[in-house]
Design a protein around this ligand. Structure first.
Ligand SMILES: [Zn+2]
Length: 230
């Protein structure tokens, strides 16, 4: 009776190296990498076979329509899709030769030059392509936020002291810059910036400093004592 036996020598279909015994009886490749590359190559070949058929084109356009519809409903999906698309573009660009890359850039510049004024306006700001109603909403929001920020900048809690006032107060208290900085839990560099006018000293630091050197009269703020007295 003839003995059934497995062929002992198996060769990787992708790189022609021997397949080790650790790779399972049905393995056609020598390693995980070869397996992945072989699958990719097969998929690529399949795509090359079908990519110009009518059926493929129809399937593809139907799929794209479906994607677009879902993206319009599902914000998370749209974000994921955009991320994938950016990654695909990066990958494609990385695979190009310098000449091909330059050709692509030139094409982009050409497109840029041929833009209509409307397209140009739409690309200038992220909200350029929105519908007029939505744009109104966003612009209003932006305007409000800007105004709010401006107000915050305009009205500090207390007036900041001038650099000269800071220096005078410190010298009157016979303190070095380092000692003064330590008093308000700050660093020498910060103090130097306050005295040189490079940075504005905020009300909290100034008030604390004045309190610690016993010169409450120096800061133009309201104290608890002043408020309860009035
Ligand atoms: Zn291999």
């Amino acid at each position: 009776m003839p003995r059934k036996c497995q062929p002992r020598i198996r060769v990787c279909e992708f790189c022609s190296h021997l397949i080790g015994p650790d790779r399972g009886p049905a393995a056609k490749t020598c390693s995980e990498e070869c397996q992945r590359d072989r699958n990719n190559a097969k998929e690529k070949a399949r795509y090359q076979r079908v990519k110009n058929t009518q059926e493929w084109k129809e399937t593809r356009s139907a799929y794209i329509v479906q994607q677009k519809e879902r993206a319009a409903r599902d914000h998370e999906y749209a974000k994921r899709l955009a991320k994938q698309r950016r990654a695909a573009v990066r990958k494609h660009r990385a695979s190009l030769s310098p000449e091909q890359l330059e050709a692509l850039r030139e094409k982009g510049r050409q497109w840029h030059r041929n833009m209509t004024p409307e397209q140009r306006a739409a690309r200038k700001y992220w909200y350029g392509g929105l519908s007029p109603e939505l744009k109104q909403v966003f612009l209003l929001e932006l305007r409000e936020r800007r105004a709010q920020k401006k107000n915050e900048r305009k009205q500090p809690m207390t007036d900041p002291p001038t650099p000269a006032a800071i220096r005078a107060a410190r010298e009157a208290a016979c303190l070095t810059q380092t000692q003064a900085a330590t008093l308000v839990h700050s660093g020498l560099r910060a103090w130097q910036k306050w005295e040189s006018g490079e940075r504005r000293m905020d009300g909290a630091h100034w008030e604390l400093f004045c309190i610690k050197i016993g010169r409450d009269d120096l800061f133009q703020g309201t104290t608890v004592a002043a408020r309860s007295a009035s």
